[in-house]
Design a protein around this ligand. Sequence first.
Ligand code: SAH
Length: 230
Amino acid sequence: MRIDIITLFPQMFQGPLTESILQRAQDQHLLEIHYHDLRTFGIGKYHQVDDTPYGGGAGMVMRADVLVGAIETISANTAPTPSPSPVSGRGGKPHVIYFSPRGKKLRQPMVEKIVKKYEWLILVCGHYEGIDQRVIDGGWIDEEMSIGDYVLTGGELPAMVLIDALARQIPGVLGHSESAAEESFSAALDRKKEYPHYTKPAEFEGMKVPDVLVSGDHKKIAEWRKKQVR
Ligand code: SAH
């Protein structure tokens, strides 16, 4: 999957997306991330990207002309690099997502749908008061997405949350021992929450691991785990 991120703060992604499983996915070319500093599309000598809101009030609004320039330039760029994952072959046009508290709330089935349906995404990260509504109304945004009912300072953290959730669903990203099949909110668990986990030591601060888990009886263990799902 190829993901192009439009942001005023590309440095924010260093760390969260360059460690552990997400870095490995990029090394294996299962995930390809491109960062685009919106300021390079800004207007005039100072590369202006925002302006004061019509109607007055506090804060700045990101300009439609600058954002649309960025979205169109990136969309015209190149088709996604063919990836070895089974999602290839559906390239051509990117699916453009704008993060907003007004958007549809992200849930696990949405994550799975996006991985199955699209191999190329453009993620638009808002900042300040948000973006000029005409970018959305004019059809440059395919989907408005919220990560929950609270307000953040920008769309960068939501973009990282989405990318992390998507990456786990891309075939080959998780090793066998990290399989995503039986996780909280997966179809295998009826979209419910997973059972609890235990590891050594067998006794910690007077608390013992449930007997059934050390019984060696795989059928009983499976039954116990099933009962713990809620
Ligand atoms: N004025 C807006 C908030 C702007 S917050 C309002 O009241 O709805 C600035 C940017 O942060 C937004 O443009 C959006 O890209 C991002 N953002 C903030 N909270 C978010 C959330 N819960 N989900 C997704 N994106 C969010």
